[in-house]
Design a protein around this ligand. Structure first.
Ligand SMILES: [Zn+2]
Length: 186
């Protein structure tokens, strides 16, 4: 997997880029949490669940069905915070699926069980460009950790920052166009 903190980059970039009117604070916080949620499956290692098992790391919690179920439930809860259901659903689904897709782009471990429960096959992206992060802190605090962070910087943080800036710029441009259009009305 990429490091946990790198999974936050994508919902943060999109949420901040779209702005508070579209992605309000509570939804952004939930999106950030959703982007790391699938990796709670690492408790399976402590419980003796095999990596390759459906309940193992990168198993069911990295599937599209899991993402749909979590997005559906969380979007329903977020309605009590006056966040429109559809906005919450799509943003959370995006955050959850982005986690699995980033994992699929890593250079190691097993692929992700995207199609569970219909298939237990572990998928990798056609190109694996993100150095896989070691699960042990000791191994991470070495040259290996630096290589991982650098690859995440180039492959995730920089493109996410570019996407966020693009969305922010696009939003400002639309706002500017709309206000000019309104002020030019007779
Ligand atoms: Zn993961």
């Amino acid at each position: 997997m990429p490091t946990v903190i790198t999974h936050l980059a994508i919902p943060l970039a999109v949420g901040l880029g779209l702005g508070r009117r579209i992605v309000p604070g509570p939804l952004l916080a939930c999106g950030v949490a959703a982007s790391v949620l699938p990796d709670l499956d690492v408790v399976g290692f402590k419980l003796g669940i095999a990596y390759a098992a459906d309940l193992g790391h990168r198993g069911f919690s990295h599937s599209i069905v899991f993402a749909l179920a979590v997005a559906l439930i969380a979007a329903t809860i977020l309605r009590s915070f006056r966040v429109p259901w559809a906005t919450s659903f799509w943003f959370l689904l995006f955050a959850l699926v982005s986690h699995s897709l980033l994992d699929a782009c890593t250079t190691g471990g097993k692929g992700v069980a995207l199609l569970w429960p219909f298939s237990g096959h572990r998928f990798f992206a056609p190109y694996q460009v993100i150095e896989v992060s070691p699960l042990s802190i000791t191994r991470f605090m070495s040259d290996r950790g630096i290589a991982v962070l650098l690859s995440e910087l180039y492959c995730v943080w920089m493109p996410s920052a570019a996407l966020g800036t693009l969305l922010l710029g696009g939003r400002r441009l639309i706002c500017c166009f709309v206000s000019n259009h309104r002020s030019s009305r007779p």
